[in-house]
Design a protein around this ligand. Structure first.
Ligand code: MN
Length: 174
């Protein structure tokens, strides 16, 4: 059976026999595995409590770039959508803490998407930042009146984008 048997003796009290079977070890392994599973669940829980950024952008290079920037921030989950239509349903479903919105998108553009987010109870309180290559004073003013919190110009300034994301994610204590 591969188990071990032994005994200890104490004068006047008799002997205690102990037996250890492989079955005991199997139970210990199961307990250890269960504990490991618990740890993993706790980690998942922790990561689901992490702040989340949604980036709605149809340009792959911009998407990849920002994804890398956010990944390096270390404690932020990043999700993205290549169209406003998909972005709106992702925002409603996943409830990100911050949305970065490209203005020039195929189909619905960033302004229409902003309007849709603002008229949906499930998304109206999520801060939205416009990101666009068109960043003249008139664009920025138009963005502000459309309800965008800020207006970032492309190509990205890395420290500006990190500082901005950080500011919004820390604003609600998350
Ligand atoms: Mn675009």
């Amino acid at each position: 059976m591969g188990g071990e048997v032994g005994f200890t003796s104490t004068v006047g009290k008799g002997s205690t026999f102990w037996v250890e079977f492989p079955a005991t070890q199997a139970i210990e392994q199961k307990v250890a595995a269960a504990e490991k599973h618990q740890d993993r669940l706790r980690d998942m829980d922790r990561s689901s409590n992490r702040a989340m950024v949604l980036y709605i952008e149809d340009n792959i290079s911009n998407l990849d770039f920002l994804k890398e920037v956010v990944r390096r921030m270390g404690n932020v989950n990043f999700i993205s959508a290549p169209t406003a239509e998909l972005g709106l349903s992702l925002a409603e479903e996943r409830q990100p803490d911050l949305i970065l919105m490209d203005i020039n998108l195929p189909g619905m553009d960033g302004y229409e998407a902003m309007k849709a987010l603002g008229s949906n109870d499930r998304t109206k309180d999520i801060p939205v930042i416009a990101v666009s290559a068109a960043a003249m004073k008139s664009d920025i003013e138009k963005g502000a009146s459309a309800g965008f919190e800020e207006y970032l110009s492309k190509p990205f300034n890395v420290s500006e984008i990190i500082e901005t994301i950080d500011r919004y994610l820390n604003a609600d204590g998350s």
